[in-house]
Design a protein. Structure first.
Length: 314
């Protein structure tokens, strides 16, 4: 199935990094998008407003924005009243592994209460498909690389990871009980234009240009599967148009209901030191380094197996 033109798609987290780019891709191909975001101050609210302004400037009435918190059930219903939803892309969440150590309640409210609100919305409105953001952090302390969606992920090492695993479990129950078509996507270290300023690439670049030290975790002995934003968006949009069949067959992630889980990554792990060297080269100056231990909740390496999404979505 390919999601047709002139159909309404609701996107939570539309003012966020990935949400902005998914909204752009869908509006550019002719879909009507309703973007939802509460514009919280986890990072620059002005950056979020600028993303929304850009979408409104480029797409006019094809992109409608609603300032609403999807953890507010009533507000969510009001924002989407009368909309014939063909699809839902649920990207809104409280993000960040380290922030979850100091602000746990924000994660429970956004990622648990918010996710159940979105599942209830999908149950009530019966869109063709709801795609939602999980995270590579669910793999926790897994030692076997590359990470596969068929691995057990029972040992989260951060609360953020635990909430994302809980989202997958709640989604599985809704697929089983109500046959709601759902797909969870485990994103791997996304980067690109309009990116999140709390991510290492932006933090390092800003510090190097300002002559400030960068904090290098674990002596630089870290690897990440950096994934360019356009590839992430292709994964989201490709999945949106291909809901999992309710055929009783075993799906990626282990469900026999209409629920699939995929890794979305570059399938190639890169050295943190290589990333730092590239930024130094682009900035035309060397970084001032401050070596720090690996923070609690963080992992040394991420590296996904992507055969499942490659086979099913292309």
């Amino acid at each position: 199935l390919i999601m047709g033109k002139d159909e309404v798609i609701a996107i939570t987290g539309a003012a966020g990094f990935i949400g902005y780019h998914v909204s752009e891709r869908l509006a550019a191909r002719g879909d009507h998008v309703i973007g939802i975001d509460n514009l919280n101050d986890y990072y620059s609210v002005q950056l979020k407003r600028d993303r929304i302004s850009e979408l409104q400037r480029r797409f006019g009435s094809a992109f409608r924005f609603e300032t609403v918190d999807f953890t507010d059930e009533g507000g969510l219903e009001t924002a989407l009243a009368g909309a014939d939803l063909e699809g839902i892309v649920h990207l809104g969440a409280q993000a960040g592994v380290r922030h979850s150590i100091d602000n746990p309640r924000a994660y429970i409210q956004s990622n648990i209460v918010g996710h159940i609100n979105m599942l209830e919305l999908a149950r009530a409105r019966s869109p063709r498909h709801m795609v939602y953001a999980s995270s590579s952090s669910v793999y926790g302390g897994n030692k076997q690389l590359p990470f596969s969606v068929n691995d057990r992920v029972d040992n989260p090492i951060s609360l953020y990871a635990a909430t994302k695993k809980a989202d997958e479990l709640m989604s599985e129950s809704y697929a089983h009980l109500f046959r709601t078509p759902l797909t969870g996507l485990r994103f791997f270290t996304v980067y690109g234009p309009w990116g999140r300023p709390d991510m290492a690439m932006w933090i390092f670049t800003k510090a190097i240009l300002e002559g400030q030290p960068i904090k290098v975790n674990n002596g630089g002995r870290m690897r990440r599967d950096f994934t360019y934003i356009d590839d992430i968006v292709s994964g989201v949009v490709g999945c949106l148009g291909n809901p999992p069949p309710d055929d009783g067959a075993l799906k990626p992630g282990g469900s026999t209901g209409p629920h699939r889980v995929y890794n979305v990554g570059n399938h190639r792990s890169e050295d943190l030191e290589h990333m730092i060297a590239l930024i130094e080269q682009c900035c035309g100056r060397k970084a001032i380094r401050e070596d720090v231990p690996l923070p609690g909740g963080d992992v040394v390496e991420t590296f996904p197996h992507i055969d499942a999404i490659r086979a099913d979505i292309g």
